[in-house]
Every structure is written in structure tokens, then in C-alpha cells.
Design a protein around this ligand. Structure first.
Ligand SMILES: Cc1cc2nc3c(=O)[nH]c(=O)nc-3n(C[C@H](O)[C@H](O)[C@H](O)COP(=O)(O)OP(=O)(O)OC[C@H]3O[C@@H](n4cnc5c(N)ncnc54)[C@H](O)[C@@H]3O)c2cc1C
Length: 506
């Protein structure tokens, strides 16, 4: 496996060691899938070798290799869909949340268990709350030193086999808490808690031997000591955990992409059609080139995101961007690899088929592509807020067309209704199809908010301006046809490029 120059020697060594270990246990995993049994012996070996503790800090019995170490492990183990996914489940079921939000006592109690390979599960989704995770209805009511939990959760990976469950419940219905996303609380629920049962096991595409099910919580008492953070911190903990989960899912997909390449190339080198190996056909070479392009970029994006995690940066945008890019790339690579392998590609006798199936599942689990894009839109636009300001442009006197202005222009003083209308009319010459934002207007005019509103409303009454309002008040304005006429004579707005001859103007 290629390593990245910023990896530590320890991380590089881990990658080599894991590559060899994965090769050794993959035959056993392939056999287990045909029997629909989970290869527990492989997972026990994984735990015994300490790989489950790769991202657990050293003081809690792990090897402290951070998110980068976690991604190295996940990439290699996801060459085997079963153990790989259980490994991811183990890490997302509380590891990051406990490191970031747990008390010292909780870290000492749970982190060594994770390092030793105890299985965990992440428990968010409910029958009536999927993408809209803030709408979860499972209740948590405090009674003395415990909370009593009631509700159902579904689609939970490792249902019935996990020992530790990172569960999010609603502890407040107060509209003020809901508005501030302070209505959810995070708990660690242990297997065996009274009233805590598995209701049903799902059959899921690509999950031949992986348990995924519905959990039922019927008056389940959970000690306050198992509450992560404070009451109301649940949303914050959930979103931080989801960012980590999405980074690990990205690592999962590069494990699959690597396997697609490892299968498609040797296959095409050995399949002869029209008297030559199919790898010599340009159509197949282009597809293989695309597999390499996607794998290279997906690995780069994944390990860059992991590196930023380890530096302690906010990776909200990066983890979501990488998940979308990697999952969609993996789906396309699975399509291409199956195509290169022809009919054999769609049989379970080669691994491409199962990767093709599980690649689709990742468009949904851990947050859908649409959910990730919503985060990217919101956080990405905020991240680039300064760069996304509209550049001010003015009409160049000689050219008669809009040109950008460098630096600030003097703001118009002694503002009155006429000057506001002139500004809107001038903006029509520069941006004929756009409204002006408040920011645009106050960049041109030296006027306070209340007076600007009064002038705009007066213009609106005369039908000289059209206004767009939000809950906060007037946010956009433009001149109407009558407003443009009132501001300047028709001639003022006319402009023709030099090649338009006078006989063609009227
Ligand atoms: C295999 C698998 C494993 C899973 N593992 C776990 C687990 O271990 N723990 C856990 O808690 N959950 C788990 N999930 C649940 C998973 O997180 C949810 O399925 C996912 O968040 C989507 O919720 P939903 O299925 O209810 O779809 P819905 O929310 O009903 O969405 C249906 C469609 O509408 C789109 N949509 C919804 N709202 C919007 C919007 N505002 N804008 C645009 N599009 C929107 C969605 O993107 C989707 O395409 C798993 C799911 C699967 C399939």
C-alpha cells in the first residue's frame, strides 16, 4: 500500500504489517461469507494484535495512532467487507465521542475495553427519524441517579452482538431547547441492561454475514454516570461523531476500491477475446485508468482529512466532502470493474459483485449523500464566507461595461430617497438581473439601517422599488421599470458594442 510522506514511521510500519495480515485472513473471510457466518476468529485475531486500539490513546491501552492509524486499519480490513465493517462499527460506537466528550472516569472505564476489541454500535436512527436525526423521539427521563429510556432504534449495525451502544435520546420537548438543538442527550448503554432487547434483524444488500437490526428500549435504566457530556449536549456529540464516522467510511471505500483494481486488472490480463487479452482493449484500459484515478484521489482525500483530524482541526467540511467523493467514486469504480470483468463480474465467484452491492449501501448509511451535501453547503459556504462576497463593479466610463473595482470606493453621504433610487438604477446597469443585498447597499451608501429601510419603503410605495423580505426584515432590493425611468432618461441605460452599426440600432 502506498504511504503518504506525512505518515509517521509507526504508521508506515502498521500499513505494511496490516497488508500482510489481511492477505493471510482473506481466504477464511471469503469462505465465511458463503456460509453466511461471521468470521469471529478473524476479529479475535484483529483484537489480539491490538488493531482495535489503534486510535485509542496510549494511556488507555491503545497505540495512539489517531485518525490516520484508524483509517490505515479500516482501509486494509475493508478488503474484507464483514470484519472491516464490524471494525468500523467498533470505532464509531463511542470511541471518538468518549475521547472528545467523556469524563476522565468514562475514558478510564470504556477506552481500554475498545482497545481490547469490545464491540460497539452507533444508535441514532429511529423508525420515524432518519436523515432528520434531530427529530428522534426516543425518550430519556431522569429519575434519581438514572435516566429511564423508552423507544425504538433501527438499522443498527452490530445489533445483538455489540456490548456498548452509543445512544442518542430526547430529554427535552421545550421549544427553546429544540430551537437551540439542546433537546438531545448522549448515553452509553451496555448490553444486558434490563428492558433492552433486539426486536428484529434486517436483511440488507451486501450484509450477508453482518448483523443489522432494530433495538427496543422498554423502561431501560441507564446510570447518570453513563451520560456523555451534559444533558442537552447530544446534538453536538452526535455531529462530531458523524464527522468521524464519515472519515472512517471514506477509509472503508478505499479498501474496496483497492480490491476492485486488484481483481479487474489480473482478470483482464488473462481473459482473451478477439485473439488478445481484454486488457489490450482501449475501452478496458480507460476504465482501469479511471479506477486508478479515483483510488488515488480518494486515498489522498481520506488521509488528508485524517491528518487534519490528528492536528485537531475542524474537519466538518472535509469529512463530508470526502465521504461524498469516495462513495460516489467507489460506485462508479464498481460499475467499471464489473464491466471490465463482463459476466464474471456479476457473479459472486469474484469479489467485484459484493463490492458493487455494498458500495450502494454507503450512499445511505452514516448519512445519505444528500445529508452530507446539506452539511457541505451550510458549513462550506460559511467557511468561505469572506471569499464569497460579491465583488463590487462599476460601469467603466470609456468602455460602458461593468468592470471590477479594487479596494473600497467612497460611500455616498447625505443619503436621501433620490440617492437610494440612483444607486438601484446604477446597479441595474451593472447587474441587470439581480437584486442588491443590504451589504451591497451599505457598501455604496453611508446610511444606518433604519433610514435605509425608510427610503426603500418609500420607494416601494411609489412602485419604484421591489423589495424582498426575510424574518429579519428587508434583505434585497431592486429598481422597478418605473423606478429606472424615474432615475434616468432612457439614453442613460443604452449600450452597444462597437460592431453594431448605427443602422441596426433603433
Ligand atoms: C446498511 C445500513 C446501516 C446503517 N447503520 C446504522 C447504524 O449503525 N446506526 C444508526 O443509527 N443508523 C444506521 N443506519 C441508518 C442510516 O443512517 C439512515 O438510513 C440514513 O440516515 C437515512 O435515513 P432513512 O433511511 O430514514 O432515509 P430518509 O431520511 O427517509 O430519506 C429518504 C431519502 O430522502 C432524502 N432526504 C431526506 N431529507 C432530505 C432533505 N432535507 N434534503 C434532501 N434530501 C433529503 C434522503 O437523502 C434519502 O435519499 C444504517 C442504514 C443502512 C442502510
Amino acid at each position: 500500500m502506498d504511504y503518504f510522506p506525512w505518515w509517521t514511521e509507526e504508521q508506515k510500519k502498521l500499513a505494511v504489517e496490516l497488508g500482510e495480515f489481511a492477505e493471510e485472513v482473506m481466504p477464511r473471510d471469503a469462505g465465511a461469507r458463503w456460509k453466511r457466518e461471521f468470521p469471529w476468529d478473524i476479529f479475535e485475531k484483529i483484537a489480539k494484535k491490538g488493531y482495535t486500539g489503534v486510535a485509542v490513546p496510549k494511556e488507555y491501552g491503545g497505540s495512539g495512532m489517531g485518525a490516520t492509524g484508524a483509517c490505515i486499519v479500516v482501509e486494509q480490513f475493508c478488503r474484507m467487507p464483514g470484519p472491516g465493517r464490524i471494525m468500523v462499527g467498533n470505532m464509531i460506537g463511542g470511541l471518538r465521542q468518549i475521547i472528545e466528550f467523556g469524563s476522565d472516569e468514562q475514558k478510564a472505564r470504556f477506552l481500554p475495553r475498545i482497545a481490547q476489541g469490545e464491540l460497539g454500535a452507533i444508535v441514532i436512527t429511529e423508525p420515524f427519524a432518519g436523515t432528520d436525526a434531530a427529530a428522534i423521539s426516543m425518550r430519556g427521563k431522569r429519575e434519581g441517579d438514572s435516566y429511564i429510556l423508552n423507544g425504538k432504534k433501527r438499522f443498527i449495525v452490530s445489533a445483538g452482538i455489540a456490548s456498548r451502544h452509543m445512544v442518542y435520546v430526547r430529554t427535552s420537548n421545550d421549544p427553546a431547547d429544540i430551537a437551540k438543538y439542546r433537546h438531545l442527550t448522549a448515553f452509553i448503554v451496555e448490553k444486558g441492561a434490563p428492558g433492552f432487547t433486539v426486536e428484529k434483524m434486517n436483511e440488507v444488500l451486501g450484509f450477508e454475514n453482518i448483523q443489522n437490526g432494530v433495538l427496543d428500549f422498554d423502561d431501560v435504566p441507564v446510570p447518570v454516570a453513563n451520560r456523555l457530556g451534559q444533558e442537552g449536549d447530544g446534538w453536538k456529540i452526535m455531529t462530531a461523531g458523524l464527522n468521524f464516522e464519515r472519515t472512517l467510511i471514506s477509509a472503508m471505500t478505499i479498501g474496496w476500491q483497492g480490491e476492485l483494481l486488484r481483481n479487474a486488472v489480473p482478470y483482464a490480463q488473462r481473459r482473451v477475446q478477439f485473439g488478445k487479452p481484454t486488457i489490450d482493449m482501449p475501452g478496458n484500459q480507460t476504465k482501469i485508468a479511471d479506477l486508478i484515478i479515483r483510488l488515488k484521489l480518494a486515498r489522498l482525500a481520506t488521509y488528508y482529512t485524517a491528518y487534519l483530524w490528528d492536528l485537531g482541526w475542524d474537519i466538518t467540511v472535509e469529512s463530508n466532502v470526502t465521504k461524498v467523493f469516495n462513495v460516489e467514486g467507489t460506485m462508479q469504480s464498481a460499475l467499471d470493474a464489473v464491466q471490465v470483468m463482463g459476466g464474471d463480474g456479476v457473479t459472486p465467484f469474484y469479489p467485484a459483485q459484493s463490492i458493487f452491492e455494498i458500495a450502494k449501501v454507503e450512499h445511505i448509511s452514516g448519512g445519505t449523500m444528500e445529508a452530507c451535501r446539506m452539511v457541505i453547503f451550510k458549513s462550506g459556504v460559511k467557511q468561505w464566507e469572506k471569499d464569497l462576497k460579491m465583488r463590487r463593479r462599476v460601469i467603466d466610463e470609456e468602455l460602458g461595461v461593468p468592470v471590477p473595482v479594487h479596494g473600497a470606493l467612497p460611500r455616498e453621504k447625505d443619503v436621501d430617497e433620490g440617492k437610494v433610487l440612483s444607486m438601484l438604477a446604477e446597479d441595474y446597469r451593472v447587474n441587470p438581473g439581480l437584486f442588491m443585498s443590504r451589504d451591497d447597499m451599505t457598501t455604496c451608501l453611508d446610511v444606518d439601517d433604519a433610514r435605509l429601510d425608510a427610503f426603500l419603503e418609500a420607494l416601494e410605495k411609489k412602485d419604484f422599488a421591489k423589495l424582498y423580505r426575510t424574518k429579519k426584515g428587508i434583505s434585497l432590493a431592486k429598481a422597478t421599470y418605473d423606478g429606472l425611468k424615474a432615475a434616468h432618461p432612457k439614453e442613460y441605460y443604452r449600450w452597444f458594442p462597437g460592431w453594431v452599426t448605427p443602422d441596426r440600432k433603433f
